[in-house]
Design a protein around this ligand. Sequence first.
Ligand code: NAP
Length: 246
Amino acid sequence: MFNLAGKIAFISGGTKGIGKGIAKVLKQAGAVTIIAGTDEVRGEAIAKELAVDFIPLDVTDQAACKNVVDKIVEKYGRLDILCSNAGIFPQHYLKDMTVEDWDLVHSVNLKGTFFLVQAALNIMEKQRYGRVVITSSITGEITGISGYSHYGASKAGQLGFMRSAALEYAGQGITINAVMPGIIMTEGLTAFGDEFLNDIKETTPMRALGTPEDIGYTACFLASDEAKYITGQTIVVDGGQILPEV
Ligand code: NAP
């Protein structure tokens, strides 16, 4: 396990699923960990369960993203690690997709990433230190799923954003990378139903769905001092899902 003792880590969408898994692992690695989500009741309960702090945040609100980052710096003195993880994946087939459906997914997944990463970088630049880990997906950049063209575009968009941002901050002690999960068993995925999830399990080379902690360990590595020479990169964590040629 990489040592994050003394680091201040903030995870958007840390109250459920993958974000909760990241929070658990970063906390285990010694980071002072703060999680965020829009549901305050669940946020407070999960914060208690993980012995971390919670701050309510809707990542679609630019001023709120800036305020939350400022609050963290005011309380903890700095912000070392941002895991920009909050995301939604409502299914909409293209023939019926409305501009509202498209905008909502982009607003949370892509614009929310821009707002929060920009706010964190303003602080990290002053510190001349920072680790940003974005939760993207294999969907969009590598694979597609029917009903998820808006989602795939937003997840691939995060990677385009990440690569240019990484370049802009490469000389300042700041790294910006992304994790690309395959199918990870989270609360958000229960809507897909058992049949779909069992099918995925059977066709995944490792014959298992990923766990939130699998993404947590990857994020922990990218957030560590040992990963200091890695920036603008992606790591696929998918149990071999994208490997088969036939
Ligand atoms: P999840 O179980 O539904 O959890 C989503 C988290 O995001 C929750 O904490 C939720 O908290 C928060 N959130 C949603 N909208 C938000 C907003 N506007 N502002 C702030 N927080 C918000 O989802 P998940 O499966 O863990 O997915 C997490 C991330 O991993 C997403 O970016 C997703 O695209 C990516 N991903 C997931 C998988 C997978 O198989 N699960 C695969 C690839 C990529 P509230 O409900 O309180 O707002």
